[in-house]
Design a protein around this ligand. Structure first.
Ligand SMILES: [Zn+2]
Length: 415
C-alpha cells in the first residue's frame, strides 16, 4: 500500500477502522488491523471522513475588507453597489494572490472542491473570469475550483450581459449562473431563467443560480426555476443558492414550492452566515433570520447544502473557510438540533455537496477516491460543536496538509 491509516473512526458507523490506500484510491477498509504501507498514519482514534466541498463561494472578491469600502447599511443592495466600483480595480495578479490565501485556508480545513460564482456583467466584462481561471490553473493539480458565470446585474435588462455570458462559457466558465430577482419583476425573472437554460443546454452544462436573495415574499423565482427544470428534463442538474424570500412566504406557498423543488431534484444551498447578517435589515419588529427554510426542505427530502458564500468583504466581515463553522451556524439559524438534523447538517458540506456537484467515487468505501480528512471528533455532534483541528488532509492518497493543535494544562489546573 502507498499509504495506510491505522486506528481511525469511520465517519458513519463510528467503528474503529484501518485503511489501505493505493494509487489514489481506498484499496482496503477493514475493522481488523492491517500491515503498515510505504507511509503510515496512526489516527489515534480520530474520525476519518471524505473531504469537504464548498458549494457556493465568490473567490474573486474574497479578502477585500477595507475601511474605504465599508458597507454602512449592512444590506445586500449597498454591498453590490460598493462592489460594482471596487471590482473595476481588480487585476488578474491581485485575484490570484487573494485566491491563493483563500484556497490555503480552505485546504487547511479539509476542503478540496469549491464552486465559485464569478461576476459577468457590463462593468466587469470577462476580466474577473480571467483572474479566477488563472487561480484555477495555479491550483489545478491539487484543488478543484469550479467556475459559474454569474450575471450579477441581470440579463433581461442587460442584453450586453447575455453576449458576455455566452463568451464566458467559451473562456473557462463551467456552469451557468443567474440572479432572477435582480430583474424588474417576476416576468423578467422568468426570461432570465429561459436565457440561462438556452445557454446551459447549448453547452450541455449544469445551472447554479442565486435565487430570491431578498426579504420580499413577492419573489418566488424558485418556483419558476423548478418548473423550467422539469420542463427541460434538467432534474438533478440545477442548484438554487440562498432562497431567502422563502423565510417570508406563507405556509401554503412554502409547501407548494418545496414540492416542486423536490420533483425537480434541485439542490438548495443555504448561506446562513452571510444571510443572517444581510437579511432582515428593514424589519423593525420580529427581525427575520432570512435564510432558506432548511428544516422543511430536509423534511421534504430535498438535497440541502450550506455555503460560505463570502469571506471578509463588503458582503460579510467574517469567515475562515471552515465548512464545520458554516454547518454549525446553519444548525443555529435553522433550528436544527435533533440527532437526525445534526447528522444531516454534518452531511451538508460532504455527501450532500458531493451529490450537488455530481462527484463520483466519493465516500469512505473500498474503491472510493482517497480524498480524506482526519478530524479529532467522535460523532457528528462533536464535529459540529468543537469544529476540531483537521489533523490530515489527503487528496488522492497524498497528504496535502497537516495541522497540529496542542494544549497543555499547568499542574495547578485540577483534573
Ligand atoms: Zn453568492
Amino acid at each position: 500500500m502507498d499509504l495506510t491509516i491505522h486506528n481511525a473512526l469511520h465517519d458513519k458507523t463510528l467503528k474503529p477502522i484501518h485503511l489501505g490506500i493505493n494509487q489514489g484510491k481506498i484499496d482496503e477498509l477493514s475493522e481488523e488491523a492491517i500491515l503498515p504501507g510505504a507511509k503510515s498514519i496512526d489516527a489515534q482514534g480520530a474520525m476519518v471522513s471524505p473531504a469537504f466541498i464548498e458549494p457556493h463561494f465568490h473567490i474573486e472578491n474574497a479578502l477585500v475588507w477595507d475601511e474605504d469600502n465599508l458597507n454602512q447599511s449592512g444590506t445586500l443592495r449597498e454591498a453590490i453597489d460598493i462592489y460594482a466600483d471596487v471590482k473595476m480595480n481588480f487585476t488578474t495578479e491581485d485575484i490570484v494572490q487573494r485566491s491563493t490565501k483563500t484556497i490555503h485556508e480552505a485546504l487547511r480545513h479539509g476542503t478540496l472542491w469549491m464552486r465559485n460564482h464569478v461576476d459577468i456583467d457590463q462593468y466587469a466584462k470577462l476580466d474577473l473570469l480571467e483572474g479566477v481561471v488563472a487561480a484555477r490553473e495555479k491550483f489545478k493539480d491539487i484543488f478543484d475550483l469550479q467556475i459559474i458565470a454569474f450575471p450579477q446585474h441581470g440579463l433581461a435588462k442587460n442584453p450586453e450581459s447575455v453576449d458576455l455570458m455566452w463568451q464566458a462559457m467559451e473562456n473557462g466558465a463551467q456552469l451557468v449562473g443567474g440572479i432572477p430577482h435582480h430583474e424588474k419583476n417576476m416576468e423578467d425573472g422568468a426570461r432570465q431563467i429561459e436565457i440561462a437554460f438556452e445557454i446551459a443546454k447549448a453547452k450541455n452544462v449544469n445551472i447554479d443560480m442565486h435565487i430570491d436573495e431578498t426579504d420580499n415574499p413577492y419573489w418566488q423565482s424558485l418556483e419558476l426555476l423548478a418548473e423550467k427544470t422539469i420542463e427541460e428534463g434538467y432534474q438533478g442538474r440545477v442548484t438554487a443558492g440562498h432562497c431567502t424570500s422563502m423565510a417570508a412566504w406563507d405556509q401554503k406557498t412554502l409547501v407548494r414550492i418545496i414540492d416542486k423543488v423536490k420533483e425537480a431534484d434541485i439542490t438548495v444551498v443555504t448561506n446562513a452566515p452571510i444571510n443572517l447578517l444581510l437579511q432582515g435589515r428593514g424589519d423593525e419588529l420580529l427581525v427575520r433570520r432570512g435564510i432558506a427554510r432548511v428544516a422543511e426542505l430536509l423534511e421534504a427530502g430535498v438535497n440541502v447544502c450550506c455555503g460560505q458564500d463570502d469571506l471578509l468583504n463588503m458582503f460579510y466581515p467574517f469567515g475562515q473557510m471552515d465548512p464545520l463553522e458554516v454547518a454549525n451556524i446553519t444548525a443555529h439559524a435553522g433550528h436544527l438540533t435533533s440527532p437526525e438534523q445534526i447528522e444531516a447538517t454534518f452531511n451538508m458540506p460532504r455527501y450532500n455537496a458531493a451529490r450537488n456537484i455530481g462527484l463520483e467515487n466519493y465516500g469512505l468505501h473500498e474503491g472510493a477516491e482517497a480524498n480524506l480528512v482526519l478530524l479529532k471528533a467522535d460523532s457528528a455532534v462533536d464535529a459540529l460543536r468543537r469544529k476540531p483541528e483537521r489533523l490530515y488532509v489527503i487528496r488522492q492518497g497524498e497528504v496535502l496538509v497537516q495541522n497540529e493543535l496542542r494544549t497543555d494544562y499547568a499542574p495547578q489546573v485540577p483534573d
